[in-house]
Design a protein around this ligand. Structure first.
Ligand code: ZN
Length: 167
């Protein structure tokens, strides 16, 4: 399993295995054990709440439903939960636009490109029940220069149907 495969599956399904927006925290704990870390966003409010399984960061509301998933990908390796209880897998994180683009094309996933800053761009994918963003940094002022070699900086998947006023 390469990290590009994980990202392509995330674009196609909206999740990393069981870890996806609208997943229930109870089910994740049953299947994967306790999170590696967790905490509150604010000392004054119990919710929303964040959890980490390896490098996969989740945000959840009081309904114990996952709203969003985030993954920082600018480190050398990224650790994600494996399919089995309590197990993790470490993958080489370095992913370029060219890598992900070829994975998405093979998987038949389409995207739109959003450019808000000259040194970065974001691919937006409408996955089932989630909007997925892949943000790349080019490290240059010229948008077109080095786009293929732009490095993946971060990934988010956000659901857009659950509304309880806490997200
Ligand atoms: Zn809720």
């Amino acid at each position: 399993m390469s990290f590009t495969n994980v990202l392509t599956a995330l674009a196609a399904t909206g999740g990393i295995g069981d870890f996806r927006p609208l997943a229930s925290l109870e089910e994740l704990a049953e299947k994967h054990g306790r999170p590696s870390d967790s905490g509150r966003g604010s000392s004054e409010h119990e919710w929303p709440y964040w959890l980490r399984y390896g490098d996969v960061r989740l945000e959840a509301c009081e309904c114990r439903i996952v709203h969003s998933l985030q993954l920082e990908t600018w480190n050398d390796t990224v650790t994600i939960p494996a399919d089995r209880f309590g197990e993790y897998v470490a993958l080489e994180a370095s992913t370029t636009f060219r890598h992900l683009e070829s994975g998405l094309l093979v998987a038949g996933v389409s995207w739109t490109t959003i450019t808000r800053r000259p040194d970065q761009f974001t691919l937006e994918v409408e996955a089932p029940h989630a909007t997925v963003h892949f943000t790349f940094v080019t490290g240059g002022d010229d948008e077109e220069s080095g786009k293929d070699d732009a490095l993946l900086y971060g990934v988010t998947a956000q659901e857009f149907t659950h509304w309880c006023g806490q997200s």
